[in-house]
Design a protein around this ligand. Sequence first.
Ligand code: ZN
Length: 300
Amino acid sequence: MNGNKGKKKLRITVLILSVVLVTVMFALDRAGVVDFDGDGVFSDFENSDILTVSFLDVGQGDCAFIQSGGETMMIDTGENSAFPVVEDFADSNNIDCIDYIIATHFDSDHTGALKRIVESYEVKNLFVSNAYSSFNSSAFTDCVNTAKKNATKVVTLSGEGSISFGNAVVNTFAPSYETENENDLSIIAKVVFKDTSFLFTGDAEKAEENLLIKNGFDLKSDVLKVAHHGSDTSSSQPFLKAVSPQFFVISVGENNDYGHPNEKCLDRLYEFTDRIYRTDICGTVTAVSDGAAITFSIKN
Ligand SMILES: [Zn+2]
């Protein structure tokens, strides 16, 4: 008798616990925390917990859109003439607010469309390097003033910094040292999402690469946006070794006047991997990270 009573009690307890568990599962599912597929199996975190990086085909120039946890970041904007490419991408991805823009440096192939972007979209934060104030670029000053007029917060970076973005962190390095070469003052941005990382290098050349190594900036990354469109003056062997990427992306225009990407530079990249995505060949290159692995797709 006692044994039967004990079994009955156990069955009731299991039943109550099951009801509680199912209720909690549905509550979490409604909250979007888990995906409950109805047969008692929890799947992983919902799909929105990914990071997407799109390297837009803006011809000779750089422009990347990054999305994470409902926030949007741009790193560089491409030339002013590439604004329709930005507009198309924003339209097809329902983007009307850009939370962060990092302007790596002020060459027009990186920030030419910046003024129109701050006029056309709600841009919450614009990150620029302190080092460029000494260059007195009227085009840049115009961009900054237009941004301020449109209620964009302009943040000046100097040295190492960190931006909390969506479910990711962006570690930045904005060098300040004596140089005539503004490429070598490019803001460096390492986007870290769980176990995956993407390194953006603007047009940094060997002097800045050496400085980054000397300063001990953590360069190791899964994806390297190759600096300066694959110029031979960038991507030195020691720098590539410090990054040791699994993938390269080269943002470069078809038949450009500079001969980018340079053959010698490409040879150095091939020593690491042949997984090299070029916007002149692939069109827009999109990388999706689930925090553990990165998958690429292209759209011509
Ligand atoms: Zn450039």
